[in-house]
Design a protein around this ligand. Structure first.
Ligand code: IMP
Length: 201
């Protein structure tokens, strides 16, 4: 699988924050990029047990339906003291209303219930690139840090207001979006994708 200038690439996500970040990462590559929402392809149910499995499922779903190369990200927050929760259920913890203040409050409550002192956590992003009817290729990135409560900052999305990356004092929610993008898990996965033979001659 190779990506060439002006190829069409569909971002297999309806999450506006994610689509924006992926489009910014793809901007330098002279590709024709649009999102699954733009072409009204609904989201599949995420039935796999891993980030990589769900990313592959989402990329394949869109590629098979629209006939273009698709890129999907499955990502989430892994909290060590919660045995890896919310993990692949990160989006689902926000409920049907997609209210991440509910999800962040649940993280805080579960940590309190366990009287956890280890607040270390990390974000994971598995990126899957799929050609129609082919096995997707997967690239994974992580960023490690810790959680702070109450949530701070109105930038970003999801769990950004409680996550402080190692070496920083601001949450991702307080940080300038360009600075977050330069260091985050999705960018790290993306760096692996562009270093791969898919982008290399
Ligand atoms: P999914 O990959 O669509 O299943 O959703 C993953 C969920 O993880 C998102 O809805 C966010 O809540 C959370 N998440 C993933 N990446 C980030 C991030 O960069 N910041 C904050 N939350 C994130």
């Amino acid at each position: 699988m190779k990506l060439k200038p002006r190829d069409t690439l569909v971002v297999a996500s309806h999450n506006k924050g994610k689509v924006r970040e992926i489009m910014e990462l793809l901007a330098p590559f002279d590709l024709h990029v649009f999102s699954a929402g733009d072409i009204e392809i609904e989201e599949p149910e995420e039935t796999e047990a891993t980030f990589a499995g769900n990313a592959a499922l989402k990329a394949r779903w869109v590629a098979d339906r629209c006939g273009h190369i698709a890129i999907a990200d499955d990502s989430g927050l892994v909290v060590n003291a919660l045995d890896g929760a919310p993990g692949i259920y990160s989006a689902r913890w926000a409920g049907a209303e997609k209210d991440f203040f509910v999800a962040m409050a649940r993280v805080e409550r579960e940590l309190k219930e366990k009287t956890a002192t280890d607040l270390s956590a990390y974000f994971v992003s598995a990126l899957a690139l799929a050609l129609p009817h082919e096995e997707p290729r997967i690239f994974q990135g992580e960023i490690h840090g810790h959680l702070e409560f109450p949530p701070r900052g109105g930038n970003g999305f999801g769990y950004d207001p409680i996550f402080v990356p190692n070496g920083e004092t601001m949450t991702f929610g307080e940080m300038d979006p360009a600075k977050k993008l330069a260091m985050n898990h999705r960018t790290r996965a993306f760096e692996r994708l562009i270093a791969s033979d898919i982008f290399q001659p």
